[in-house]
Design a binder for this molecule. Structure first.
Ligand SMILES: *[C@@H]1O[C@H](CO)[C@@H](O)[C@H](O)[C@H]1NC(C)=O
Ligand SMILES: *[C@@H]1O[C@H](CO)[C@@H](O)[C@H](O)[C@H]1NC(C)=O
Ligand SMILES: *[C@@H]1O[C@H](CO)[C@@H](O)[C@H](O)[C@H]1NC(C)=O
Length: 279
């Protein structure tokens, strides 16, 4: 990308972002560089790095490491909101305003973007007993994982689960669905028609597989119509971890090594999580 193209793109982003920023106290906050209006990443060349243009990647090491977390952006969808996440990050202290350093602050629901659910999310007595995200097993969140495509014409029912033929012994599965094709995580407006697990699909998984990490490509593993029932089935035994809002675009099916790390938020039943795949 030439510097001119960069300036044009940056201006385009600034046009989108600034009216929002001016209305709040963070007018100094920089726009999300490297993103065009459709939310996809612009490519950056080595020479551009020297022109003080940050590099934003989806893959690292020539494709060996794939980032499957979404960027946190004010336009990203958030639970049941038509307006997206909105203003969540601001520059509380800024050098341009006389501070010694730039210091940003943020405020966001813990179930925002790519995130993890702990058992306390749907079981009050688990919450009270302290089954928060700090108690999740990093061994489950890190290891061999299978990326599978589910049929695009159904939610994930028992019948669908059965048809996937996921072998015994597979402990981590990332389910790529119609949500990825529809690019729902890039749409500001929350969409209740996303694909997720129906209660019988969740039950089939619990009863017939060794899966302990369930990953999916929209804000909930459970279909909206079976929201709480599916979560209850998954989280009842406290041995299954749900990772939601994954970015599963543009890479082949197969076996990977997944690495997911939640924040150690004591007392929280949810946390943003950074997940990567390593080939
Ligand atoms: C943030 O810090 C940099 C130095 O690291 C400074 O050049 C810049 O002006 C600061 N940004 C704002 C908005 O204050
Ligand atoms: C900069 O400082 C002024 C005066 O204290 C304050 O009114 C303003 O909100 C600050 N702006 C930012 C971006 O911090
Ligand atoms: C999945 O279920 C939702 C309701 O939870 C529904 O709106 C949607 O159409 C279903 N998707 C498919 C592909 O059947």
């Amino acid at each position: 990308m030439t510097p001119l193209q960069y300036v044009l793109i940056t201006c385009a982003v600034a046009h989108v972002v600034l009216p929002l920023a001016v209305a709040t106290s963070d007018a100094a906050y920089p726009p999300p560089y490297g993103l065009d209006q459709s939310g996809t990443t612009t490519t950056t060349t080595a020479s551009a790095v020297d022109d003080l243009i940050p590099v934003r990647r989806e893959v690292y090491g020539g494709g060996r490491i794939i980032d499957i977390s979404h960027r946190y952006l004010s336009e990203m969808p958030t639970w049941e909101s038509p307006d997206g996440l909105g203003h969540f990050l601001w520059l509380a202290k800024s050098m341009k305003n006389g501070s010694e350093a730039n210091n940003s602050e943020m405020k966001l629901p813990t179930h925002t973007g790519t995130h993890v659910d702990a058992p306390g999310h749907v079981f009050d007595h688990y919450f009270d007993a302290g089954f928060d995200v700090d108690t999740l097993d990093l061994e489950v969140l890190n290891g061999h994982a299978l990326l599978v495509d589910v049929p695009r014409d159904k939610n994930i029912t028992a019948e669908v689960m059965k048809s996937l033929n996921i072998p015994k012994g597979v402990r981590r599965v990332l389910f790529r669905t119609l949500n990825t094709d529809r690019r729902l995580m890039y749409k500001k407006e929350f969409d209740t028609s996303y694909v997720g697990f129906m209660k019988d699909g969740a039950k089939w998984l619990v009863d017939n597989t060794d899966i302990k990490l369930v990953g999916i490509d929209y804000l909930s593993v459970a279909a909206f119509d079976d929201l709480i029932p599916s979560h209850l089935v998954f989280l009842k035994n406290r041995d299954i971890i749900l990772v939601e809002g994954l970015k599963l675009d543009d890479f082949p099916l197969g076996l990977y090594s997944v690495h997911c790390l939640p924040l150690r938020l004591v007392g929280s039943e949810g946390s943003p999580i950074r997940c990567i795949l390593i080939k």
